[in-house]
Each structure stands twice: as C-alpha cells, then as structure tokens.
Write a protein that binds this ligand. Sequence first.
Ligand code: PA5
Length: 445
Amino acid sequence: MTLTLNEKFIGNSCSEAQIAALAPEAENAFRRVLERTGRGADFLGWVDLPVKFDREEFARIKAAAQKIRGMCDIFVVLGIGGSYLGARAAVEFVRSPLYNALPHDGPDIYFAGNTISPSALCELLTICKGKDICVNVISKSGTTTETAVAFRVFRRLLVEKYGEQGARERIFATTDKARGTLKASSDREGYQTFVIPDDVGGRYSVLTAVGLLPIAVAGISIDDMMQGAADARAAYQTPDIRANTAMRYAAIRQLMYRGGKKVEMLVGYDPYLQMTAEWWKQLFGESEGKENKGLLPHSVIYTTDLHSMGQYLQQGERLMFETVLQVNDQDHAYKIPDDPTAGDGLDYLCGRELADVNHTAMLGTLFAHSDGDVPNLVIEVSERSAYSFGYLVYFFEMACACSGYMLGVNPFDQPGVESYKKNMFALLGKPGYEELRQTLSERMK
Ligand code: PA5
C-alpha cells in the first residue's frame, strides 16, 4: 500500500518554497507529538497503539466477534461521535454502504444511539422485530445521553426477549476500564466488557475495541487493519517533511488557512467514502475548531454532489480548498454495455470501464476547480482494503495532531461540546442543573 500526495492541482497557493519555509514549524509540532510535550499530551496513546495494543484484549475481541456472528441476525452498535463514526466508516469503506442489503456472512449491522430522533429509533425497532439481536454499547464516559437512552431501550428489548441472563449474554460493553455508569452497570450485570484506554480520546479510538469489535463482526480483518496502521506509523517516524506525508499534509493545511482559506472540502468519488469523510470531519473539526480558529471540515461525494454543490465550488465565494481522497485500484470492473438501439448518445462510451469514466470525471473536475481558483490536493491510496483503512486512519490522526499544534490549539480536547449538554440537561430537569434551568427559563420568556 502506498499513500501519496499529488500536488499538481494545488495552484500557486502552496509552493515548494512555502512548504520548506514552514518545515521547521511542522517539525516542531511533530516532535511535540512524538515526545509527548505538547498540549493534551495525556491523550497521545493512539501514537503507538498500532504496535502497543493489548494482545489479550485483541484476541477477546476476535472471539467475541466470532460468537456474535454466529448468534444473531442483527448486531446493533450503540455509540455517538468517536464512539461510532470510525467503525461505520470502516464497514462502508471496506465492505459497502449497502452492507446490510448485500450478501454477507454474519449479522446485519445497524448503528444507533447517535441521535435522539424517535423516528430513527422506532424504525430500527421495527427492523429488529422477530430477529435475534446482539448489542454493543460503546461510551468512554459511560454517560452520553444519546447512547444511554438507546441502550435503555435495547436492554429492555433483550430482557423481554431472552430474559435477564439471556440478555446479559447478548450485551457487549466498550467503555472506560474503571469509571462511569456504563462500567458500573456492566460489572453489576456481568456483561462482557472491552476497554477504551485512558490515553486515547474518542475521535482517535477507532483502532481500539471501539472500532475493532464492530469491524470484526463485519468480517473485516482487524489484523490487516492494525498492520496498515502499524506500517503508517513506521512511515511517519521521520521529522523530514519531504518524506513524512502526514507532516506535509498538515503543513499544506496550515498554509491554506494562513493564506485565507476557511474551508477544507474532503472529496470522494465513491459513496463508500462518505462515512470516512464523516469520521474525518469529526477528527479535524473537534481537534482544531476552538479558540475561534480552524478550517471548517466539509465533505462531498462527486460526481453526485457536483450536481448540487458544483456551481458553488466553481464560482462561489473563494473560501475553500479541496482534498480529494483517491483510491487507485478499483475493486469492481464494469464496462459500459454496447446497445446500438439505445439512442442515448452514449456510443462513444461503449466498452469503457466505469472506473475510467469516474476517473476522467475526477480529472475534468480537478482542472475545472483549480482553474476556478479552488486549490486541489489529491491523497492517493493504492487500494480499497482493511489495510488501507488502517493506514489512512493513522495518516489522518498524525496529520491532525501536527496541524492542531501548528494552529496553536490543543487537538485532544473538546471543551465546546459541553455547552449544549449543560443547557439540554438543565432544560430537561436533570438534578444538579437547577440554577441554569432557572436562567434559561428567564431567557425564554
Ligand atoms: O471525540 C470525542 O471525544 C467525542 O466525539 C466522543 O466520542 C462522543 O461524545 C461520545 O462520547 P462517549 O464515548 O463518552 O459516549
């Protein structure tokens, strides 16, 4: 597997000389990550995770996945943010966004507890009727409302269906090793538990049990995924910006930001990249969006979104650059069929590989958008696989940490996420929030 940056379409907003000028700063950021001397250094467990993970727990994850694959029709994964996006991204990247509808061994996989929408919950409950179910509840804090509410519902469903003991055998909890309500209730009930290490924050946790258990249940090789991450770690050990692609990507992002860009648009040309983009958005958005700073991470899937966002990208406010995630080896060959009677004007495409047409659409867009003054950086990965996914995860995590330090923020905290929670708790009448409830009630008058 290779991961390369193609800078042909980046325009003059980011010259080699500018990157070289930023190299000492990038190197300084990179050293703070490796030497654990930057802000938030207590959350750098992900740096060595691909080579220093708990082998015993890894084996338990595989065994649990095997068991789950044999005992249910539906596997419900409850979690939000960093406790869900990575696993879903991996399932869609390696398998398919249509995973449940396509032929597969093992259960269908649904992600819930990532919204408070009654429609989403009730629709899933309808799907679950008459089916055998296992649940993986994932929460580092063990107190996240969205996940806890969904878990209450699914726990009750399992108890009604299988009895208390039967339910226990079908609930798998991924949480802190000691703290939180979920840990306490798991110990009390005797659920099988998996640990989210203290030094790995939610959005950096896909290579822990948070991601590994659901990914293994989807029949994806977590050995290959960890190997991809380990090889990326080995590739990004050097502080030389000419060789360390993660550092270079971080430097390019910062050049763009300092040059006035406000938005980084992650672009994929395959729908299986959509959830990877959602994971990436959380990673960069939560890591950098603070102290009134940071590029806004946005995403599109082309060519679909060229028919909705294309006009803006080509001619709207020049506030963004695009980062195209290009997967080189297409896993599906499909030739556009010959049909002389169709009369659809497509004879010139007859016999052409759909992948070539998609690639050509990408080239046309790269020319058009860069001509339209939207710099385009292309991240090329060689293939669609578990290995590539692991490699990409580590690449983005390292780039994000370096970029955050270059921006001058702590890339490992998320203080802003608490604000809505406090207000919601106060308005819902949670004990301990009485004063804030009073203040907000006054403001609503
Ligand atoms: O990155 C983060 O820390 C957040 O997105 C969390 O993952 C998310 O809020 C879920 O938290 P928890 O795992 O504690 O339920």
